[in-house]
Design a protein around this ligand. Structure first.
Ligand SMILES: *Cc1c(COP(=O)(O)O)cnc(C)c1O
Length: 224
């Protein structure tokens, strides 16, 4: 059995209190989430809308759910009423759909802009040029029901630590460029979500404010 409480204690002893821990519980049963919850963990990340919807009704309602996987337009309506943060915004279209649904349910939804930092085609996200176009587009400022809180990124899956470090440094740089050029007046725009089980220490050194850790807490996932 995985010692979830022990793993969390160990992990928390290694990260500064200023860095927020998102416990990534995808594919794991609600019992495992509850074990983490009972140690005081309140923030959980999932990559599928349906999995959040299934799990949340079986768990305490003070859990803060973060969506960290690609969001399809037709799923926005279901997720907006229950989500604390959507970390995986990867198009203007989905951002504006989130805005309309948030407006309907009288909410303001926290979002992160996902930036493509890996040299793998499979990881989605904007590049810096696309992002500048989005935030400069006339429609962007009319999105009153989304709150853009920062950026998110995933490094290449590699054992080359220097490459991972460079990719995180690049994400930090993107954050700074966006902050200085477009979000100086926004005290909400302050998050850099980067770092997973294998690379959270590098991420923290490169300025991460939020790490998303799964297997180090809950054990390896079954390959699906
Ligand atoms: C699965 C996943 C994680 C956590 O991965 P681990 O290696 O298990 O810590 C973090 N971020 C995203 C976007 C994920 O999909």
């Amino acid at each position: 059995m995985t010692d979830i409480a022990g793993n969390l204690r160990y992990l928390k002893s290694r990260i500064p209190t200023s860095v927020k821990l998102v416990a990534v519980s995808k594919t794991k049963p609600v019992m495992d989430i509850l074990a983490a919850y009972n140690t005081g963990q309140r923030c959980f990340g999932e990559n599928r809308v349906q999995e959040i919807l299934n799990k949340k009704d079986l768990l305490p309602n003070d859990i803060e759910w973060h969506l960290i996987g690609h969001l399809q337009g037709n799923k926005v309506k279901e997720i907006v009423p229950v989500i604390s943060m959507i970390q995986s915004v990867d198009s203007f279209k989905v951002l504006s759909t989130i805005n309309s649904e948030a407006l309907k349910s009288k909410r303001v939804t926290d979002c992160l802009l996902q930036i493509h930092i890996a040299n793998e085609e499979t990881k989605s996200g904007f590049n810096l040029k696309e992002l500048s176009e989005v935030v400069e587009s006339p429609g962007f400022n009319s999105l009153k029901n989304v709150r853009v809180c920062g950026v998110m990124g995933m490094a290449t899956y590699t054992s080359d630590l220097e490459q991972i470090r460079k990719e995180f440094a690049y994400l930090s740089e993107c954050y700074k460029v966006l902050k200085n050029n477009y979000f100086t007046g926004s005290h909400h725009f302050k998050e850099i979500s980067m770092g997973m089980s294998g690379d959270y220490e590098i991420a923290i050194k490169e300025g991460s404010t939020m790490i998303r850790v799964g297997s180090l807490i809950f054990g390896e996932r079954n390959k699906t």
